[in-house]
Design a protein around this ligand. Structure first.
Ligand code: ADP
Length: 657
């Protein structure tokens, strides 16, 4: 029963990617099989999970397996599974479109990829497993039937810009992918030597690939194999008159051994890496793996956890999945179990295999289960300890990790207050102490001045912008270290963390900066008071001119060379936070800050001179506006009225000449 096929066009970017695949000259094309087997194994996982709550699907789960078939004459390789399958819409959605295409990263990657060797690392970044088939096939046919449906659908494409979808027949739920293999390229053969060119219709080749990449897959990967047999005598010689027979039998190509159960010393590095690629669908090697067994009386579990090398963009999307699979006594229960790991570690991949949980645990019960909560705690601690270890032993490696995942880890500082202490052993921040090295809060404290009671930080758009802001002048002058927090997430966690090891967290752009020894501070305070008496009425006049923009005008103890800056009260929202909230569409009340003026700056005496002569001198109002405007510019902010600011500035320039 095959009806007319409907033809669809691939989106432009998918088309370009396919074109790259088809023409790739990459020599390890064999990995396409790993991808298809992974998809098949996931599909079986999904069916088993759905069957937990759907009695009608249970009968399809009795003999889960993957089958490989080759046809030498037709030059085809077929991979089929009896997993969840897909209906027509799902085929169009999952196979007909590339999830990531259309994102900014995807377009950029495509541009970079053109003309380069199409290595797995590169292919992996596109987040396509299925399409890797086009490295070896010039036509791919997929027939699938969703478990619970009575109809099957067929998808077919020659990778030439279109694909077709039609009705099809399939006896049981699952998916069959048939690759119409490209002819063996003679040139390629000559170039690389005959051994290097693989023929994916030969049993031996397939067997080797499965052993290398998919040995641990927990469902049998079966293939019909042929072997010649002849009757032999006791000495092993062929019996007289015996005829050689061809025996065809089903063989399971993989050992199916759970990698986390095997003793660590027996598992090779490449097996660990391949397992990571299998469960994560990442084509890059992981940065590190952690084997961890907990064996307390009430909580026994084994786990194998991976820290990826690169952060996929899906980690930054809403509702990003968390990558820990749950097994109970070697039986797969569910993938991406979010109760096993906090959200701020959602990039961690791996498996947890519990000995104590009951096999028929349901998804709802998982959340409240004590055992699960204990596993989550232990796994979190283990990961954080490991990260701390890497930070201490291999700063460079840690820097690479932090660049990719730091902003996700920092979410934990406000999402999981209970983990905060441990998190601060991991988190590092740029600071004025070094242009290359980041610092932990502990390290910061070790460098604090004897009389320093607070940890100083400043938030801003970039390190450069923060460093250039006038707020840091006195800190720099007096040798106080300031953390330079330029990640948007820093704006958020810093609102929740008031202190660390009894040292308050204090923004350099908020409150009064009282730096120096007790004596110095006393003297500075006296100085300021006396100057304040001198300038009092003039400052009040400036304040009156700026009421729309600032809540006060006062003398500053943090400026050494600049004339003015804007500061908030300790509890005020920072301008960056204000912007961040506005960007999310929130209605944010305007935060008025305080304009601080540098008492040592010659401009103040000049203004006082004008003021003394005539309190209503128009220039006072203009200068007030300019001082406010340049304080905003100095911190890299946006002027509320740039045109007026400009006009006044030009007038001032003309008058000065
Ligand atoms: P990935 O596996 O990395 O998500 P793929 O391009 O390999 O990317 O597959 C896209 C999607 O197609 C999968 O996430 C899955 O939903 C679906 N899919 C692929 N192969 C199968 C299969 N054998 N059975 C059921 N669904 C499949």
């Amino acid at each position: 029963m095959t009806t007319q096929a409907t033809t669809f066009e691939f989106k432009t970017e998918a088309k370009e990617l396919l074109d790259l695949m088809i023409h790739s000259v990459y020599s390890h094309k064999e990995i396409f099989l790993r991808e298809l087997i992974s998809n098949a194994s996931d599909a079986i996982d999904k069916l088993r999970f759905e069957a937990l709550t759907r009695d009608d699907l249970r009968r399809f789960t009795t003999d889960p397996h993957i089958r490989l078939e080759t046809d030498v004459k037709e030059r085809t390789l077929t991979i089929s599974d009896n997993g969840i399958g897909m209906n027509r819409d799902e085929i169009i959605q999952y196979i007909g479109t590339i999830a990531k295409s259309g994102t900014k990263d995807f377009g950029k990657l495509l541009k970079e990829a053109k003309g380069k060797e199409f290595t797995p690392e590169l292919i992996g970044q596109f987040g396509v497993g299925f399409y890797s088939s086009f490295m070896v096939a010039d036509k791919v046919t997929l027939i699938s039937r969703r478990a619970g449906d009575d109809k099957a659908s067929k998808w077919e494409s020659s990778g030439d810009g279109t694909y077709s979808v039609s009705d099809a027949d399939r006896f049981e739920p699952g998916t069959t992918v048939t690759l119409h293999l490209k002819p063996i390229d003679k040139d390629e053969k000559d170039q690389e030597g005959a051994e290097d060119v693989q023929d994916f219709t030969t049993e031996w080749t397939i067997r080797e690939i499965v052993r290398k990449y998919s040995d641990f897959v927990q469902y049998p990967i079966r293939m019909k194999t042929e072997r010649k047999e002849i009757e032999r005598d006791e000495k092993g010689k062929p019996k007289e008159g015996a005829v050689e027979k061809t025996v065809v039998e089903d063989q399971t190509l993989n050992s199916m051994k759970a990698i986390w159960v095997r003793p660590e010393k027996d598992v090779t590095e490449s097996e660990y890496k391949e397992f990571y690629k299998h469960i994560s669908h990442d084509w890059n090697d992981p940065m590190k793996w952690i084997t961890y067994r907990a064996e307390s009386a009430t909580n026994e579990f084994k786990s194998l956890l991976y820290l990826p090398g690169k952060a996929g963009h899906e980690l930054f999307m809403n509702e990003a999945q968390r990558g820990i699979h749950l097994y109970i006594k070697r039986v797969f229960i569910m993938s991406d179990c979010k109760d096993l790991i906090p959200e701020y570690l959602r990039f961690v991949k791996g498996v947890v295999d519990s000995e104590d949980l009951s096999l028929n645990i349901s998804r709802e019960i998982l959340q409240q289960n004590r055992q699960i909560q204990n596993i989550r705690k232990a796994v979190t601690r283990k990961v954080l300890d490991t990260l701390k270890g890497i930070r201490q032993d291999d700063r460079e490696k840690f820097a690479g990790f932090w660049k990719e995942f730091g902003r996700i880890v920092k979410e934990g500082l406000f999402k999981e207050p209970a983990d905060r202490e441990k998190l601060f052993e991991v988190c590092v921040f740029p600071s004025t102490a070094s242009t290359t090295e980041m610092t932990t809060l502990d390290e910061y404290i070790s460098r604090m001045k004897p009389d320093q009671k607070q940890i100083y930080y400043m938030t801003g758009e970039s390190r450069q912008a923060i460093e250039a802001s006038p707020h840091l002048e006195a800190f720099r002058d007096k040798g106080y270290e300031v953390l330079l927090l330029s990640d948007p997430i820093d704006e958020i966690w810093i609102q929740f963390v008031y202190d660390f090891e009894e040292k308050g967290m204090q923004s350099a752009a908020k409150g009064v900066a009282d730096l120096g020894t007790e004596e110095e501070r006393k003297k500075a305070e006296e100085d300021r008071k006396s100057k304040e008496t001198t300038y009092k009425t003039m400052l009040e006049c400036l304040k009156a001119k700026l009421t729309e923009h600032v809540k006060d005008v006062r003398l500053s103890s943090r400026l050494t060379s600049s004339v003015s800056c804007l500061v908030g009260d300790v509890q005020d929202m920072s301008p960056q936070m204000e912007q961040l909230l506005k960007a999310t569409g929130k209605d944010v009340p305007k935060v008025k800050r305080i304009l601080e003026l540098n008492p040592k700056h010659p401009l103040l005496d000049k203004l006082q001179g004008i003021f003394d002569k005539n309190k209503d001198d128009e220039r006072l109002s203009e200068y007030a506006g300019l001082l406010f405007g340049q304080a905003i510019l100095a911190e890299g902010g946006k002027l509320p009225d740039p045109a007026t600011f400009n006009k006044k500035l030009i007038e001032l320039m003309v008058n000065a000449l």
